[in-house]
Ligand binder design. Structure first.
Ligand code: GLC
Ligand code: CA
Length: 557
């Protein structure tokens, strides 16, 4: 693998709205992030990905951009942003912005102009068709429910396409003018000193044209967008062009939100001359999701299911490139609530999960609050939920015949708001996130789960994450942990997650993902215990005895 500057870095996702509020309006902001840079440095992360902070009506929390060149005043000013980039640089840290270019906001000037004059220049920035509700160009279902077609404001004879919310009209990537605008924007931000971008929902930029129906797959009469995407060819041409025109000249680090690539396409995406530097591994995210909707999906995975997901990706990607490993993000429930069975959830199992995913081959990404083991929220009613996706999935559950209470219970485990509640800094009111009223209620468990308490304890989840980041930086093991091959170990043993990282050293990761202790045979002599989520390790002649939920990384001779 040709070496790149970002290979040995550790990334951290900030959801700005919920990170830290510096001025008491209940909304996290850029000065708030700046004030926490030392905390992040101390945690041992280098790359900070910020979910969108551009000017936006926040219909989808900033993933609906009204101006790509300005900061939403709720988050701060352009000076704050420049200050953040500079302060990060001082600490050898890098800032990633979120590149949301499958769509913009319906409040973006382009869309306003397109609505006023659909036959003019900007009409072609979007997909606008002569049509109405009775005869739509196709039957695709929007990701947030209902048809992807919506009447153009003031024009009952025309509709526009939105694969997400109706306030997120899709940009027409077939139009070279649109692509040039996107590249210009990327260059403009890179000139400001960014490290790169996380690239939102990017697979959607290529539509199968002309618009046509796909098989109806729910009672609502629509068809999942995935059906169309599987058929759409040529996204690579756009992505290759974007890399050439905008990313490579700056040696940007880019990580794609890519979910449905075909297996032989991995090298095109993240190989040496790939479109992106990296892409997220969503295997565990997608596992157990039902085509019918959240209500019919699996709220958590068993250890065996989790193992099958991470191993599958590791084997598939091999030495082609670096995936980005995650257990959570702003679109998912909390990792510890999703990958650990409720009856198994404890400090040790949280650390076990941390160790297992963090030491896989690839780039570890943390999501704010993950480092203290934040959990899903015990939401009491839909009134406490803001997320548009949850509100839609609730309707889907009702339509499938569930009673309201049942429907709420079934979908709430997947709510994106589980991960969007304010960061828990300390045990003072509102978890120290704001002195005002937080935009979304704080998880009531902040009294026991917060940064301040965990900073004081050697045994905390936070301290364990610091050990993990330190291990990955350790000059003796860095080469192996960054570039070393992955090889499964005792894969068939139930509730055991074991794997090697083999580089100039041989590191064996072992995790006993169950309450009961177990003996595990070792392939060689232990030179050193590199990390251990519990005190002590029982090493005997042929192996080790791991206590319930014990996780260790051992250097093997
Ligand atoms: C991505 C984002 C998600 C957003 C969607 C539309 O999946 O991560 O939060 O709703 O794209 O932009
Ligand atoms: Ca604020």
């Amino acid at each position: 693998m040709k070496k790149a500057w970002w290979h040995d870095k550790i990334a951290y996702q900030i959801y700005p709205k919920s990170f830290y509020d510096s001025n008491g309006d209940g909304i996290g902001d850029l000065p708030g992030i700046i004030s926490k840079l030392d905390y992040l440095k101390d945690l041992g992360v280098d790359i900070l990905w910020l979910s969108p902070i551009y000017k936006s009506p926040l219909a989808d929390q900033g993933y609906d951009i009204a101006d790509y060149y300005s900061i939403d005043p709720r988050f701060g000013t352009m000076e704050d942003m420049e200050h953040l980039i500079a302060e990060a640089k001082k600490r050898d840290m890098y800032i990633l912005m979120d590149l949301v270019v499958n769509h913009c906001s319906d409040e973006h000037e382009w869309f306003q102009k397109a609505s006023a004059d659909p036959d003019g220049e900007y009409g072609n920035f979007f997909y606008i068709e002569d049509t109405n509700d009775e005869r739509r160009p196709c039957n695709w279902r929007s990701y947030f429910g209902g048809s992807v077609w919506e009447p153009l404001p003031g024009r009952p004879d025309k509709q526009y396409l939105h694969v997400f919310h109706k306030k997120q009209p899709d940009l027409n990537w077939e139009n070279p003018r649109v692509r040039e605008e996107v590249y210009k924007n990327i260059r403009w931000w890179m000139e400001k000193g960014l490290g790169g971008f996380r690239i939102d929902a990017i697979i959607n930029i290529k539509k199968k044209l002309p618009f046509a129906d796909y098989p109806v797959d729910r009672e609502d009469g629509f068809s999942d967008i995935g059906n169309m995407l599987a058929d759409a060819e040529g996204v690579g041409e756009f992505l290759g062009e974007m890399a050439r025109e905008a990313f490579r000249p700056y040696d940007a680090f880019t990580v794609g939100e890519v979910c449905n690539e075909k297996e032989d396409e991995i090298k095109n995406f993240i190989g040496e001359d790939g479109y992106f530097s990296s892409m997220f591994d969503f295997c565990g995210t997608c596992y157990g999701k039902s085509d019918k909707g959240w209500y019919d999906s699996k709220p958590y995975l068993t250890p065996e299911e989790y193992k099958s997901c991470i191993f599958k990706t590791q084997k598939k990607v091999g030495d082609i490139g670096m995936v980005s490993n995650i257990i959570e993000n702003h679109d998912e429930p909390r990792g510890v609530s999703h990958y650990i069975r409720p009856e198994d959830l404890c400090e040790d199992s949280k650390k076990l999960l941390a160790g297992v995913y963090f030491l896989l081959k690839g780039m570890p990404f943390l999501y704010q609050g993950q480092e203290i083991g934040m959990e899903n929220v015990a939401f009491e009613s839909l009134g406490d939920v803001d997320d548009i996706s949850t509100l839609d999935e609730y309707q889907v559950a009702l339509k499938a015949g569930m009673k309201p209470e049942e429907a709420f219970k079934a979908v709430i485990a997947f709510s994106r708001d589980n991960a969007r509640t304010p960061m828990q800094w300390n045990d003072s009111e509102n978890a120290g996130f704001t002195v005002g009223t937080p935009w979304l209620k704080v998880n009531p468990n902040y009294k026991s789960i917060n940064v301040e308490a965990q900073e004081k304890s050697e045994a905390s989840v936070l301290s364990f994450y610091k050990k993990l980041t330190a291990l990955r930086r350790d000059p003796e093991y860095k080469e192996t942990l960054v570039y070393g091959d992955f090889e499964a170990y005792l894969e068939e043993e139930e509730n055991l997650i074991g794997y090697y990282r083999i580089g100039d050293r041989k590191v064996l990761v072992l995790a006993n993902f169950q309450k009961e202790e177990r003996g595990v045979k070792l392939p060689g002599e232990v030179r050193k215990i590199l990390i251990n989520n519990q005190e002590g390790l029982d090493i005997n002649a042929g192996g080790v005895v791991l206590s319930g939920f014990q996780m260790v990384a051992l250097e093997i001779l």
